[in-house]
Design a protein around this ligand. Structure first.
Ligand SMILES: Nc1ncnc2c1ncn2[C@@H]1O[C@H](COP(=O)(O)OP(=O)(O)OP(=O)(O)O)[C@@H](O)[C@H]1O
Ligand SMILES: [Mg+2]
Length: 307
């Protein structure tokens, strides 16, 4: 796997070849006709749901390459939205550099409003909840688990996709049945657990633990369930290198991770006008060191996985 070929950081894409559908926190999505979407992963980074002002060089391309790696490995478990066409083919030659390496040209699906979260380990909000109720999102768990412990088997803890700027809301499996019907709800649950399990097994051979992840699905014109969005990147998944895991587990600490932990830790102690940042926009200006360390983490994750 190559390192990013596009060294210029891209905070916000500006394509005039295609109509803009929406800008997410990280991706800029453009319509390609009525049946496809060009998803351009920018180098923006968000934390606590706030977009930072400074881009992370290489991040968009690393994220896209990682998602493509996983789509390729997991295609036998569920069809995905990739069309196989080159993103450069739908923009003008002058705009090819903006999309190359960092984009996916995908089939436009009817999105299903369920975020399919699978957890194989107890971490983050799951650990907090477990301490209060010995369950995570209503799924009962055995007693005696500690922070970062592996769960007896992966659990499915869906969420409802929130409106822009809002936090996703955890919901029960029963609620997803009410929303989309019993058949589709069960299929999404079963496929999500199977994909997580397959990915976690592959990652483990590369020295990485996937603690948890989130998938999104859509329906194609024939009504088939298709895996969409990005998959198994550090933005949607919690990756831990195996070497720090056992020690952290024994101490009850959070294992070091490949996600935005470094950025989050810095933000937790950052001061704005002498006071702790209140986690609303604008974010404090990121020091060069934070930008570089974060970029290095993303690079390392992809190298490990594909190297
Ligand atoms: N193949 C697809 N067809 C239709 N919609 C898709 C497809 N793949 C992804 N999407 C949707 O497109 C959007 C992708 O945008 P993006 O992830 O950048 O923004 P977001 O989810 O609104 O924000 P964020 O992920 O930053 O919280 C999501 O709403 C996702 O559900
Ligand atoms: Mg998204």
């Amino acid at each position: 796997m190559n390192l990013p070929s596009n060294p210029t950081a891209l905070h916000t894409s500006a394509l005039s070849s295609l109509p803009l559908l929406a800008r997410g926190k990280v991706r800029d999505n453009y319509a390609v006709g009525t049946d496809r979407i060009l998803m351009v992963a920018s180098d923006r980074i968000s934390a606590f749901d706030v977009i930072m002002g400074e881009p992370i060089p290489g991040k968009g391309e690393l994220l896209t390459q990682m998602a493509l790696f996983w789509f390729d490995k997991l295609g036998h478990l569920c069809p995905n939205h990739l069309t196989g066409e080159a993103p450069e083919s739908v923009v003008s030659p002058a705009e090819a550099a903006q999309v190359r390496g960092r984009s996916m040209l995908v089939q436009r699906l009817q999105p299903i409003p369920v975020e399919a979260v699978v957890r194989g380990y107890l971490a983050g909000s799951g650990w907090k909840e477990y301490q209060e109720s010995q369950s995570v999102c209503g799924v009962p768990l055995p007693a005696g688990l500690t922070n970062a412990a592996k769960l007896p088997s992966p659990i499915y803890t869906p969420a409802a996709k929130a409106a822009v700027g809002e936090h996703d809301e955890n919901i029960t499996f029963e609620r997803t049945v009410e929303m989309i019907g019993p058949e589709l709800a069960a299929k999404i649950r079963d496929v999500s657990i199977a994909i997580y399990q397959a990915a976690a097994d592959i990652a483990r051979t590369k020295g990485m633990i996937i603690a948890d992840t989130k998938f999104e699905f859509g329906l194609d014109p024939q009504g088939r369930l298709v895996l969409m969005d990005e998959v198994l990147t550090p933005d949607s998944s919690r990756y831990w290198p195996v070497e720090g895991y056992a020690e952290a587990l024994a101490k009850g600490e959070n294992p070091p991770s490949y996600d935005k932990q470094f950025l989050r830790d810095w933000l937790e102690q950052a001061k704005v006008n002498g006071k702790p940042w209140d986690k609303t926009a604008p974010a404090p200006r990121l020091p060069q060191e934070v930008i570089e360390k974060t970029a290095a983490k993303y690079r390392e994750a992809l190298q490990r996985l594909t190297g």
